[in-house]
Write a protein of this length. Structure first.
Length: 138
């Protein structure tokens, strides 16, 4: 939009993935129905399936106990990095929640299972399959 003197009233507006992924300040239970059965556990938290109450979209929620986070500022910087990443081989972060005890990361639901379990199951891969997997990891 130009003004009377030919100058622009609006600066350029950029939409980036990181501006769309925000902390949700609502209670997670009001936005998602979280399954009680864990999909997996790790050293930092538990992953459960969840369903968005309004859209019905299936997602995963990783609950990370704040007690297990050694450096909260560094953890939040990692969330900021995930907000900016957009690659088919990197887990998508949709939003996150925080309460007094935990941080909840809402991510895409990956149904393919664990790579380690697949390696144990297959026992060996062809060179072509190994190269494809390694490329995906990189």
């Amino acid at each position: 939009m130009e003004g009377a003197e030919g100058g622009s009233h609006f600066k350029e507006f950029l939409i980036r993935k990181g501006t769309m992924i925000r902390q949700n300040y609502a209670a997670i239970s009001s936005v998602y129905k979280v399954s009680k059965k864990p999909l997996g556990t790790g050293s930092y938290g538990v992953v459960n399936k969840c369903i968005h109450r309004e859209t019905g979209h299936e997602r995963a929620v990783k609950r990370v106990s704040k007690k297990k986070i050694k450096n909260l500022m560094m953890f939040k910087q990692e969330i900021q990095i995930l907000q900016r990443l957009d690659h088919p081989n990197v887990l998508k972060l949709y939003e996150y929640f925080e309460d007094d005890r935990s941080i909840y990361l809402i991510t895409e639901l990956c149904k393919g299972g664990e790579l380690f379990d697949k390696i144990l199951e297959e026992e060996c891969f062809s060179e072509k399959v190994a190269a494809r997997l390694f490329k995906q990891i990189l």
